[in-house]
Ligand binder design. Structure first.
Ligand SMILES: [Zn+2]
Length: 281
């Protein structure tokens, strides 16, 4: 594990709140902007991709229990790859971030949850594209700057992606403190960035590539969100338009109850149909 401090909040937040996700909240820009790319590359979509990644992680963990240390055959080791061990270009993805039985269970459960959530939100194609470009970025960085070990950053990018789409989704930090996943991701990003300062260039480069990959896909959404927030704040500042109709008895208006009908009586006062005085002869 490269950054125990940054992983802790993620791994510790695995006891998820049973709140249902609003997956209908699918992003407009993601629906539209990558249409052209999708037309040519739709064949790369792997439905349930992260599920397979999790299953292979579990398999590697089980094999590790039988033959501890064997996973060193799977790492993204530049020298070994140059000596013909080309399977390492792919197998590094399947090494769990931790080999401690208790933590690996929750880490993989969380990864599964993130993968499912992401795919339900942006679809199999975009999830695959995002994950694959992350893999390629991390692999290229490792080939240039040397090995840095685990797939920590790749998994972190899934957290950032999910947290961007569903920032208000609540998880239990340290299993007890309810926390929005948006804050958790931000905290994790900051801790990871600080942690990387004391690490090798390879680690720092991998982190930068992970962030770049995230921004490549999510900057339009971040901008959209920021603009929406600004618009909402502006709307709040504007004084509410004056009501045209106003019931003299209950004081409801067409603003407070849009389905109400109003009548003006002979004395010039206006009432809703419920409080309209009965005409007396
Ligand atoms: Zn009324």
């Amino acid at each position: 594990m490269i950054f125990p401090c940054s992983l802790q909040p993620i791994i510790c937040s695995l006891a998820l709140c049973p709140k249902k996700l609003f997956f209908g909240e699918v992003l407009f820009y993601l629906m539209n902007s990558s249409h052209r790319i999708e037309r040519y590359l739709s064949w790369i979509a792997i439905p349930g991709l992260i599920r397979y990644v999790v299953l292979f992680n579990a398999l590697v963990f089980l094999l590790h229990l039988m033959a501890p240390g064997y996973e060193s055959m799977l790492t993204l080791n530049r020298e070994a790859i140059l000596h013909g061990e080309v399977w390492r270009l792919v197998t590094w993805i399947f090494i769990p971030e931790t080999m401690r039985p208790f933590w690996v269970f929750f880490a993989l459960l969380f990864l599964w949850f993130l993968g499912e959530g992401l795919e339900e939100s942006i679809g199999a194609f975009r999830t695959t594209l995002f994950y694959f470009s992350g893999i390629i970025g991390c692999t290229v960085v490792a080939l240039i700057f040397g090995s840095y070990g685990a797939n920590t950053f790749l998994n972190l990018s899934l957290l950032y992606a999910f947290a961007t789409l569903h920032p208000d989704y609540k998880v239990l930090f340290l299993f007890v403190i309810p926390m929005r996943i948006g804050w958790l991701a931000l905290l994790s990003a900051i801790l990871t960035a600080i942690g990387s300062l004391a690490q090798s260039t390879a680690v720092q480069a991998a982190l930068i590539v992970t962030f770049l990959n995230y921004f490549l896909y999510f900057w339009p959404f971040l901008i959209l969100k920021w603009k929406n927030k600004k618009l909402l704040a502006q709307k709040k500042q504007e004084p509410p338009a004056e009501a045209l109709h106003h019931c003299a008895t209950c004081h409801r208006t067409e603003h407070t109850n849009s389905d109400l009908h109003f009548r003006v009586t002979a004395n010039g006062l206006e009432y809703c149909t419920e409080h309209l005085p009965v005409a007396t002869n």
